[in-house]
Design a protein around this ligand. Structure first.
Ligand SMILES: [Cu+2]
Length: 294
């Protein structure tokens, strides 16, 4: 009996999480955050839960007070209303109470914001992302030959040529032609700007969301804890194709990153294909394990 229940649960889990097995991306009917892939995102997830411990009791208290007032002081039960206009004790309570609650929220919130926007000293890699109408371009600060490329929405007609027929790993409207590739467990400093209008660089699993403003260089960072293929989107309405400029980051082992970087200097397309050949199997295993752990 128990085994049967587990089997049903497992089948249900497959239905719910199955589509996310190959990449970190939004899933149908999702109401929670994507699984965290960085320490910052773990803190964000914690902070969200922590905030709910304040929001839910306060909402219930206000609801309770409203119901109480509606019932107890309705005209039928209370025909002559009170004319009270001041009550010092109540006024002190409703001022000091919220101030204390806000302090409990503000302190961890500002600590988290500071951590997000303070890159650790000596990052292992610096990548610059530039928002364009309507695609992202990337520059790697590496040695004397800086690598730069554009990353555009993957078109259906290009899937076969790029070896990206698998729609679970390369979902429609999220997959791109050239992913950003970074090594796992390494600190990546991210410089974000824009070439035309304001865009925003957002990667939910990393807890990264930062405006891309023309003429301004915004700085953030991430350290991805697990290998995989991660999807995000432009998050500032930037024109008619705003919905069609996704962000894709492939996190791989250091030696695979090194090989990719060396090959990408001469032929990015071939470097990407070689990397996909060596990682796509690994990506699946890692993310299936991550989803099973939920
Ligand atoms: Cu945009």
């Amino acid at each position: 009996m128990k085994n049967k229940a587990y089997a049903v649960l497992a089948a249900l889990a497959c239905l719910l999480f199955g589509s996310s097995a190959f990449a970190d991306k939004p899933v149908d009917w999702q109401t929670t955050f994507q699984p965290a892939a960085t320490g910052i995102m773990e803190e964000i997830t914690w902070f969200e839960q922590y905030t709910l411990w304040f929001i839910i009791p306060i909402t219930l208290l206000v609801l309770l007070l409203l119901i109480l007032v509606v019932v107890k002081f309705r005209e039928g039960a209370n025909p002559v209303p009170s004319r009270t206009s001041h009550n010092t004790a109540i006024e002190v309570i409703w001022t000091v109470g919220p101030v204390i609650i806000l302090l409990f929220l503000a302190v961890p919130s500002f600590q988290l914001l500071t951590a997000q926007l303070t890159p650790p000293q000596n990052p292992d890699l610096t990548v610059k992302a530039t928002g364009n109408q309507w695609y992202w371009s990337y520059e790697y600060e590496v040695g004397e030959n800086p690598l730069s490329f554009d990353s555009l929405l993957l078109k259906d007609e290009d899937r076969a040529g790029l070896g990206k027929e698998d729609k679970a790993a390369y979902p429609r409207l999220l997959a791109v032609d050239n992913e950003v590739v970074v090594p796992v467990g390494k600190t990546v400093r991210l410089l974000v700007t824009a070439a035309d209008v304001i865009h925003a660089f957002a990667m939910p699993a990393f807890g990264v969301k930062i405006d891309a403003v023309p003429g301004r260089l915004n700085e953030t960072w991430f350290k991805a804890d697990r290998e995989g293929l991660y999807y995000g989107q432009c998050s500032e309405l930037c024109g008619k194709d705003h919905a069609y400029m996704p962000i894709a980051i492939r996190v791989v082992a250091q030696e695979k990153y090194d090989a990719w970087l060396a090959a990408a200097a001469t032929n990015l397309g071939e470097a990407n294909k070689a990397l996909m050949a060596s990682t796509d199997g690994a990506v699946k295993t890692v993310d299936v394990a991550a989803n099973a752990a939920q």
